[in-house]
Every structure is written in structure tokens, then in C-alpha cells.
Design a protein around this ligand. Structure first.
Ligand SMILES: Nc1ncnc2c1ncn2[C@@H]1O[C@H](COP(=O)(O)OP(=O)(O)OP(=O)(O)O)[C@@H](O)[C@H]1O
Ligand SMILES: [Mg+2]
Length: 233
């Protein structure tokens, strides 16, 4: 059984049907990417998975439990962590305090994990007592990922981690994702930067207006003429 199985998921906002029956799965240890144009339904998918938006139909099985319709805090407690689009770190709190927030449900080994995050992100270490709002865009993105890791997730969902970053920082963020993958933490990655996403992913799904129009091993999609024309330019 896969770590995450999504069956015939529908969701929307009033009259707007953002997801019209999508099915996909994430296996243990895999990086799975959802790619698609603006408005395709990528963030909606993550928000439904994390319990921020209730589906109107369909089923979500995670780590052996049917979590369909669960509240966000219960989903988080089960080990599904989301780094939302636009980061949403707390600007008036320090880097250190933001990281601690990620571990608010835990009592075990928090200090060791904090030091591990600081080892992995030397820039956050140098700025640990600085207000998060004063970090650069890329540093804030790293903080948001670090905070999610502090929850020791069983699945990490990243929504557009490279959004708005300069090319050098985009590379750094993807290096970081590669490091998390190497640790064996499964990742569901939503990205507009389809090339980078497919380079790091094991498997990918292409979303168009709320339906999955194509799927396959990421390496295969990277060679696919339709994908190249539509998403890799
Ligand atoms: N809060 C909302 N209220 C109403 N409609 C919404 C809301 N959020 C999203 N939508 C609509 O749902 C559809 C899917 O949006 P979603 O944010 O999931 O797209 P996306 O694939 O994440 O796009 P992007 O790449 O621009 O982030 C769009 O048509 C969008 O306008
Ligand atoms: Mg989005």
C-alpha cells in the first residue's frame, strides 16, 4: 500500500470546481511532483490533503488511515506537513522561535533536531536570533522548510518552493530538497518550474483545469514532446 493514496478527489470554492476527480499516489521514499499552469488546481490539491479545504467527493488514505475530511491539526499530527505557497513564516518572531513552532507537538529530541536544522542551514544558524521578517526571500523559504521538518513529517508537501527566487537561490532550494530526499523523507512537490521539479522527482502528474491529463516517471516526462512544448519551453 502506498503512503498516500488519493481517489477521485473533487473540491472547489462555491461554484468554482477546482478539482474534478483526481487520483494519484505517493510511495514511501518517493518525490512526486504535481506540475501544471496557474490555476490548474495544484495548491487546492495540497490544501485538501492538509485539511485546510474540505473535499466534496473522493477519498484520501494516508499512512494506513482514511483521513478524508479530517481537520488540519489532526492531519498534521498524523505526519503530513505542508509548506504553503508564500511561505507564511511569522515575521515578528525570530528564526529560532519559528523553528520551535514547527515542533510544538513534540517533546522528544527537539534540541537535537534544531541543531540538525542549523547544521543543514548555516545561514539560518547565523541568523537564529534575527526576526524572520528580516530574512531574504530564499532564506525565508529555507526557514519555512526547516520549520516543517521540525515536525518530523512522514510526508512533506511543498507548494512552489522556488517561487519568486533568483536562479542561484532556486538552485539552493532544490539542493535542499535533494538533501531531504536523500534522508528518505517522501515529498509531494508542487512547482511551476517544471524542469527542476522533474529533474528531482521520481514520478509526476500533470494537472490541467482540475484533472490529471498525464502521468509517468519524471525522467520519461522530461523527454516527452507534449510536456516539453507546454511546460519546459
Ligand atoms: N480561495 C479561493 N476562492 C475562489 N476560487 C479559488 C480560491 N483559491 C483558488 N481558487 C480557484 O481555484 C482554481 C485552482 O486554483 P489553485 O490555487 O489550486 O491553482 P494552482 O495550480 O495552485 O495555481 P498557481 O500556479 O497560480 O499557484 C483557480 O481557478 C482559482 O482561481
Ligand atoms: Mg498554487
Amino acid at each position: 500500500m502506498a503512503l498516500l493514496e488519493v481517489h477521485d478527489l473533487h473540491a472547489g470554492y462555491g461554484a468554482i470546481k477546482a478539482l474534478r476527480g483526481i487520483s494519484f499516489s505517493v510511495e514511501q521514499g518517493q518525490v512526486v511532483s504535481l506540475i501544471g499552469a496557474n490555476g490548474a488546481g495544484k495548491s487546492t490539491t495540497l490544501n485538501v490533503l492538509s485539511g485546510l479545504l474540505k473535499p466534496t467527493r473522493g477519498r484520501i488514505l494516508f499512512d494506513g488511515a482514511n483521513i478524508t475530511g479530517w481537520r488540519a491539526d489532526r492531519v498534521t499530527a498524523r505526519g503530513l506537513a505542508q509548506v504553503p505557497e508564500g511561505r507564511q513564516i511569522i515575521a515578528t518572531m525570530t528564526v529560532y522561535e519559528n523553528l520551535l513552532l514547527g515542533a510544538y507537538r513534540r517533546r522528544d529530541n527537539v534540541d537535537a533536531d534544531l541543531e540538525d536544522i542549523f547544521r543543514r542551514f548555516p545561514r539560518l544558524n547565523e541568523r537564529r536570533h534575527q526576526k524572520a521578517g528580516s530574512l531574504s526571500g530564499g532564506e525565508q523559504q529555507m526557514l519555512a522548510v526547516g520549520r516543517a521538518l521540525m515536525a518530523r513529517p512522514r510526508l512533506l508537501m511543498l507548494d512552489e518552493p522556488s517561487m519568486g527566487l533568483a536562479p542561484l537561490l532556486v538552485n539552493e532550494v532544490f539542493k535542499l530538497i535533494g538533501g531531504i530526499k536523500a534522508q528518505g523523507i517522501p515529498i509531494l512537490l508542487v512547482e511551476q518550474n517544471a524542469r527542476k521539479a522533474l529533474q528531482i522527482a521520481d514520478y509526476a502528474y500533470v494537472l490541467e483545469r482540475g484533472v490529471i491529463v498525464q502521468e509517468g516517471p519524471a525522467a520519461q516526462l522530461l523527454q516527452d514532446t507534449n510536456i516539453i512544448t507546454a511546460y519546459l519551453g
